[in-house]
Design a protein around this ligand. Structure first.
Ligand code: ASP
Length: 327
């Protein structure tokens, strides 16, 4: 009898411990997940985030809520995520600005290589050089002539130091040798509104926002920033073939979480990202917007970390040579 009682006591203790273990490790996620993006609503990053949030939510079994945190070319949002609780309820979608920020901002409050966990690469997006619909120039040579004849009047919109619209503008201005007046916005969503309204003359922006505007004839387009023409915009020449030899900006994106987010949680978020990137609706929409979904081996933590390290090393000397860093 005594033995039976002690065995029963042992089983109860073991079961209690097992039950306790299960209740102290909550099943993630048990509430909605916030996906922060570093630019204003309506822009290309916002388009990508809202497209992915639906299939990611399906995979996680909880809503993925997009939150726009604007300012300073994305660095305000990056810092917010770096300081967020590492519990999987704050994740982050940012583009190659994560790699250019260390060279652009001398006093960056976070370190892209120390303050984040890496979930995976997301998307590669080309850019297009645009002007307002009633811009007098109809061809790239006419645009260059117009800019040179009106260099104190022409205005170029972007989303601030660290945004890819700013980077594209910097490369464009340095290659044509004209320092065009730049107007910063909280994202290229608001910048596009002003371009469509004629309040600003030019904008270099990602196809995830610009393809519909171009196809509807709501803007003028002079070139694409890839070395090959785009399937969705076959009649638009590259800037490289029009004389800006070597001009290439293709905007890669990555998904991150705060440093210290537990590995089982990161695995679930990575599985949700991969699910979203294989979603037929997402794949079709991205193809329509001339954007490339990376191979599955890049939609991994190591795939993103390795790429980020290489991109930081690539852009550092380019940015320092351009002398555009901010304090
Ligand atoms: N991707 C940014 C946005 O969505 C713009 C930029 O980086 O130029 O507004």
């Amino acid at each position: 009898m005594k033995n039976t009682r002690s065995i029963c006591l042992l089983v109860c203790c073991l079961f209690g411990g097992w039950a306790q273990a299960q209740t102290t490790v909550p099943s993630y996620p048990d509430k909605p997940v916030t996906l922060i993006i570093p630019f204003a609503a309506g822009g290309p990053t916002d388009v990508v985030a809202r497209m992915m949030a639906i299939p990611m939510g399906k995979s996680l079994g909880q809503s993925v809520l997009v939150e726009n945190v604007n300012g300073a070319g994305g660095t305000i949002a990056s810092n917010r995520v770096a300081r967020a609780a590492p519990n999987g309820y704050t994740i982050y979608l940012h583009h190659m600005g994560m790699a250019t920020a260390p060279a652009l901002y001398k006093k960056l409050p976070f370190d892209p290589l120390k303050d984040f966990e890496y979930i995976g690469q997301v998307l590669d997006v080309p850019m297009t050089l645009l002007a307002r619909k009633d811009m007098p120039a109809n061809t790239f040579p006419e645009l260059l002539a117009y800019i040179k004849a009106n260099k104190d009047k022409v205005s170029l919109a972007d989303a601030g130091l660290g945004a890819v619209s700013n980077l594209c503008g910097l490369l464009f201005k340095s290659m044509i040798g004209v320092d065009i007046n730049t107007i910063p916005y909280k994202g290229t969503g608001p910048a596009m509104n002003d371009l469509l309204g004629g309040q600003v003359d030019m904008l270099c922006d990602q196809t995830t926002q610009t393809v519909p505007m171009i196809k509807e004839g709501r803007v003028k387009v002079y070139g694409v920033t890839t070395t090959k023409r785009l399937a969705a915009l076959p009649n638009i020449p590259t800037l490289d073939e029009q004389g800006l030899k070597g001009f290439e900006v293709k905007v890669w994106h990555g998904m991150y979480a705060p440093k210290g987010t537990p590995a089982p949680v990161l695995d679930k978020i990575n599985a949700a990202l991969r699910f979203a990137m294989q979603d037929p609706t997402v794949k079709q929409r991205m193809a329509d917007l001339s954007s490339d979904i990376p191979p599955l081996e890049k939609i991994t933590p190591q795939g993103l970390k390795t790429h980020l390290e290489a991109e930081i090393a690539k852009w550092d000397p380019i940015i320092r040579k351009a002398g555009v860093s901010a304090d």
